[in-house]
Every structure is written in C-alpha cells, then in structure tokens.
Design a protein around this ligand. Sequence first.
Ligand SMILES: CC(C)(COP(=O)(O)OP(=O)(O)OC[C@H]1O[C@@H](n2cnc3c(N)ncnc32)[C@H](O)[C@@H]1OP(=O)(O)O)[C@@H](O)C(=O)NCCC(=O)NCCS
Length: 170
Amino acid sequence: MEAVISQANREDFLDMIQLADLTLPERMNQHELKKYFELYPGLIFKATLHGRLVGFCCAGIDMYQTTGWLLFNNVAKEFQGQGIGKRFIEARLQALSQFPRLRRVQVTVSDTNLASIRALQSFGFQHSHLEVNYYGPGKHRSIYELSMMPVEVVVDFAFRAPAEEWNVVK
Ligand SMILES: CC(C)(COP(=O)(O)OP(=O)(O)OC[C@H]1O[C@@H](n2cnc3c(N)ncnc32)[C@H](O)[C@@H]1OP(=O)(O)O)[C@@H](O)C(=O)NCCC(=O)NCCS
C-alpha cells in the first residue's frame, strides 16, 4: 500500500517533532515548526501509512509572494527511497503555484544530501549559488532554484534588446 500525502495539521505536531528528531537530529525544533504552522498552515504536508506518520514537509513564501521556499523535508528511514520525498516536492510546488505572483521557488541543500539534490533536479531545480557558513562556521549550503515564470515571459526577456539600446534616439 502506498503512503497517503495530505495537509498536516496541529494535531500532528508532536509526531512530527519526534520524526524530525529521528531523521535529521538537531535541525528542526518545536519553535520553528510552530512558526511554520502559524505562518504557512496550507503549505505543510504529511505522509501517512495505516494512520502512522512516515514523513512531513514544509514550505513558505516571502512577503511579496513572489519567492516560495521549500523549508524542510523528511521521510522515516525505513520509508526512504520509495518516492515520498519527490511526492512532497510535487505537493508543495502545487500549493505554491496557487499564489498568482509566484516567480521562483528556492531551497537550501547540503551538497552531501544526494537524495534531496536528485529529487530537486528531477523537478527542474538548478544550482544557483553557495551560501558560505549558512548554518554557522563551516556549515555551507547551496541554493537551488526553480523558475516559475510563464514561458512566454522568459522568451520575451530573452529577445529584448540590451539595456544600452533602449534609449537610442534615431
Ligand atoms: C531527503 C529525503 C526527504 C528524500 O526522501 P525520499 O523519499 O527518500 O526520496 P525519494 O524516494 O523521492 O528519492 C528522491 C531521489 O533521490 C534518490 N535517492 C534516494 N535515496 C538516496 C540516497 N541514499 N543516495 C542517493 N540518492 C538517493 C532516489 O533515487 C531519487 O532519485 P531518482 O528519481 O533520480 O531515482 C529523505 O532521504 C530524508 O528524509 N532524509 C533525511 C532528512 C533530510 O536530509 N531532509 C532534507 C533536508 S531538510
């Protein structure tokens, strides 16, 4: 039987914290998860199998609602490698795409997290840049980005004349 992906709610909170402590110790804490529920309640998803929480993920969006963020993603060890991580990306991209001004989605990833990187690349995310000491000294993170610009807008920019030609008076 396949895990069911659905929106998480506050009743799941304690199970989520327990799972995060097991999958990625010292990364998620109660305060952070509480804030995600307050700020982005519609952007938190869980995976359940026979009623058991086997994973969850969070997304957010900036105050201009143009840049979405994939914020946290974890799957219980014994359920990893079964596609749940990719389904979490899909669920969050689907939810973020409901924001009409959305232009891009970004995510911070450790360069050693090959499962995350492969999953992100399969949705078209590309490496943008490295943020040195992102989580403290030596804890660098790469930023991956997915453009959500409509194709015709991208084409329009691509064929526009260089900036120095815009004000040419003939
Ligand atoms: C990262 C994580 C969420 C991915 O979830 P998942 O359900 O295991 O991922 P999927 O099964 O959807 O696989 C995603 C891709 O990674 C690949 N993959 C899975 N496990 C892998 C591993 N150990 N090494 C390399 N690639 C791996 C899969 O083959 C797939 O790539 P493909 O489509 O090219 O075949 C999960 O491994 C996890 O919870 N890790 C610990 C917590 C963590 O690091 N979270 C991310 C930072 S917030």
